[in-house]
Write a protein that binds this ligand. Sequence first.
Ligand code: NAP
Length: 446
Amino acid sequence: MQAFCDAILAGASGGELAAIPLPGQYRAALVRRDDAGMFEGVDSIAKDPRKSLHVTDVDVPEMAPDEVYVAVMASAINFNTVWTSIFEPLPTFGFLDRLARESRWGARHALPYHVVGSDASGVVVRVGSAVRNWKPGDKVVVHCNYLDDQDPSAHDDSMLAANQRIWGFESNFGGLADLTLVKANQLMPKASHLSWEEAAVNALCNSTAYRMLVSRNGAQMKQGDKVLVWGATGGIGSYAVQHVRNGGGIPVGVVSSPDKAALLHDLGVEAVIDRKAAGYRFWKDEHTQDEAEWRRLGKDIRGLVGDDPDIVFEHPGRQTMGASVFVCKRAGTVVTCAATSGYMIEYDNRHLWMKLKTIKGSHFANYREAWDANQLICDGKVHPPLSAVYPLHEVGEAAYQVHHNLHEGKIGVLCLAPEEGLGIDDPERRAAIGEERFTAFRRHGA
Ligand code: NAP
């Protein structure tokens, strides 16, 4: 892959890239099928991605007609890589085996290893015979909605497709590698004012937050809406607060340290709650929640923005869902895409039905939503919350940081890119947007 990297850095044309022979193997971050039981009996938080994630050479898979090979310059850590690496809630090999049963092309995915990663920026180096809109040399980012476009259920909202999958989590050949194999309908243009690592971190979390808040499939936020955002400097939360502000809403950001609170203020979020300083104890014990504590959170929100939130951007799950349903405004929406702290949820249903609230489930984004969210990145309206960058061989440490909530925003991973700061094709545009927009999270992460 070094020849591709050298050519890309030297500004090679698509024709030149297409003439470079593909190697037989490439470097990839993966978990091993034989390791799936390695953390049995270990507490969730003690399961260590540094022990289960390996970086090693694997065979280049055969390309289907609707697929492309992308030389990956950079990738990102998402929480799904944490889940895969700690084999929770299930080892991901079951997903690969199910995909393998669907077709001859699906069968490629069931291997003794799973190459992980659901984000990438890079350059197309080969396209399959059925690919029309992309060609070698195109600079791209990859979104993770992996679906079968011959399935009728994929043709309304493709996230409703019966066999919709997340690339690099429920499929193999993910983005934390020097090469990836993706469907052509996962590609989107890379923003010309961003470096490879800045471009790599956005697609998964930005698209997810966009669907949850902005899309007609989500909470359909409108101007003036007050939006409670849990984890407001985390992966999805740091995009959520940008979408809320762009759309004329008023974010109330919840974080867990004075540093994160200061970062939110720097980003222009005025209403900030430090949940650690406030010391909320929504659960009295493992089985009992405390309505007085929910009420205290509601009072704090009203104290900051004068009203209850029209929308709650929910993802911590068990720890916060009872409070989220309680504080949400009459007829408001709790939109949820995850359950980091536990998926067996409890809330008081009286507060939901008597006040006509809605709980809305959301999952990643369809191509249209991902494309529109990417356009906001390209237009300089949403910025990558990049806080740290690791080389691919330290992917285990990078995943550990996210698993232990030691990070802010997004962690980028350099794959083929030999150093940070490469890939910026339009420095004038970047300067016009303002360099400080791209460094806010790094300044706080330092
Ligand atoms: P992240 O970068 O780790 O951020 C999550 C944030 O949540 C943290 O920064 C933390 O902020 C907050 N948090 C963690 N535990 C909490 C708790 N018990 N109570 C309140 N806040 C808590 O992760 P992410 O990338 O934003 O992802 C968040 C979740 O969404 C993960 O479970 C991920 O798998 C899921 N996800 C789902 C989709 C989908 O398509 N369904 C897409 C992306 C992510 P503070 O400590 O500062 O409060």
